[in-house]
Design a binder for this molecule. Structure first.
Ligand code: FEO
Length: 400
């Protein structure tokens, strides 16, 4: 039997562990994930968030290890994306369809659109509080981090921040807390989560962190909707500091060379460019798009100052993996990057121009018009690659 886990007196983790998920709408979740939900026992029994629909039974089993689910008096929906709300209607059918669901204004709209069912949705405002007995819960609107409906719930008495997707990681484990897992592994997964989910809203993250500081609230635990919970002082400050740093997208002395290749010519260019940059004491990562997942490349991109993208020209266009990556990257709106394109071609050679067009749409700083080489790079071609790399290295070093 799957059991609830006590995280504080009267407060339980009752979520689900998804050991097998490997793709989360285009993000590779090779460590699986969890859908965290929390049960608070007071004069009223509150459930914070639910789980993805196929995990309803696991949620019910864990709740049942503590109380009869029908005793839940109210549900708080911090976020309406289906991995947290999918099980909500079925749960309400079991515990009572009229039980109130507290959510933000946009949460109310989204839940109505998702489920087309008459639910007892109660809209709460930023900083509004409810009492559930001895405890008070304060709601903090966190619009667009990362959906319009997103909000945090702060448990005043125990100083626990239920932070929805923010500060989460796609990481399945039997352990629940930051002091029980390898810190480097979990910080990498938190960084990957930021790079692939939160990155487009980085300016709002800055504002949110300032808002939390101004509220001057004590935080003893941060409970995100995915992955492990932050309960150590060191872990809490580490994840808050990391969000501060990632939201700035500060340029480090690091370059990414991302490419695909047909007959290894663009690959020769990529490796030669990378070597010439690395000679300037700059960290360089060379990432072949058929060997690296787009979401791992985005993780590396957060702190890179320069991003070079190479594509062969195929049928007057970009190589399909390069198009895929540029579409994904554009959606995540990286800022503050020096960029340039390169690629080998046979006769028409449009790839560099097409990559530059994408860079311009992303409003990134194009450091060079791009390097094109016909067919296989010869000695002169490789010299041009080194020269190209040195130019990027010099701009990068001036900018960090
Ligand atoms: Fe974990 Fe935005 O859902």
């Amino acid at each position: 039997m799957k059991k609830a886990l006590k995280i504080a007196e009267g407060i339980y983790w009752v979520g689900a562990i998804d050991w097998n998920i490997r793709d989360f709408h285009g993000y590779s979740t090779y460590e699986g994930s969890t859908y965290n939900a929390f049960l608070i026992l007071d004069e009223k029994v509150a459930l914070i968030d639910t789980v993805k629909r196929p995990f309803l039974d696991e949620l019910l089993e864990r709740i049942s290890s503590i109380i009869d689910p029908k005793k839940i008096d109210l549900v708080i929906s911090n976020h309406t994306e289906m991995d947290h709300s999918g099980a909500l209607p079925a749960l309400l059918h079991i515990i009572g369809k009229k039980k109130p669901v507290y959510c933000s204004k946009m949460g109310k709209k989204n839940l109505s659109l998702h489920f087309q069912e008459e639910l007892n949705l109660i809209e709460v405002k930023d900083k509004e509080e409810i009492s559930i007995g001895k405890r008070r819960i304060r709601f903090l609107e966190t619009r667009m981090i990362h959906w319009p409906d997103s909000m945090f719930s702060y448990l005043e008495n125990e100083h626990i921040l239920f932070s929805s997707d923010a500060f989460g990681q796609h990481y399945a484990s039997t352990e629940r807390f930051d002091d029980q897992v390898d810190k480097a592994t979990i910080m990498l997964q938190a960084k990957k989560y930021y790079a692939n989910i939160i990155l487009p809203y980085s300016s709002l993250v800055k504002t949110l962190l300032e808002k939390i500081t101004k509220l001057n609230i004590q935080i003893n635990m941060i409970c995100p909707d995915h992955g492990i919970l932050w309960r150590t002082e060191e872990g809490i400050s580490q994840i808050l500091d990391a969000y501060n740093q990632w939201s700035e997208q500060k340029r480090e002395k690091k370059a990414l060379v991302v490419y695909d290749t047909m007959w290894h010519s663009t690959e020769m260019m990529a490796e030669t460019i990378a070597e010439s940059i690395a000679e300037e004491d700059i960290e360089v990562k060379v990432m072949n798009l058929r060997k690296w997942h787009r979401s791992d490349i985005m993780t590396e991109m957060i702190d890179a100052a320069a991003v070079l993208i190479g594509s062969p020209t195929i049928n007057n266009g970009l190589f399909p993996t390069v198009s895929d990556f540029l579409t994904y990257m554009k959606g995540l709106k990286p800022k503050n990057k020096i960029v340039a394109a390169f690629g080998s071609y046979g006769w028409s050679g449009e790839a560099v121009k097409l990559i530059n067009k994408e860079f311009e749409e992303m409003k990134l700083e194009v450091a060079d018009p791009g390097l094109r080489i016909q067919f296989v790079p010869d000695k002169e071609g490789l010299r041009k690659c080194r020269e190209f790399g040195k130019k990027i290295a010099s701009i990068l070093l001036d900018s960090v």
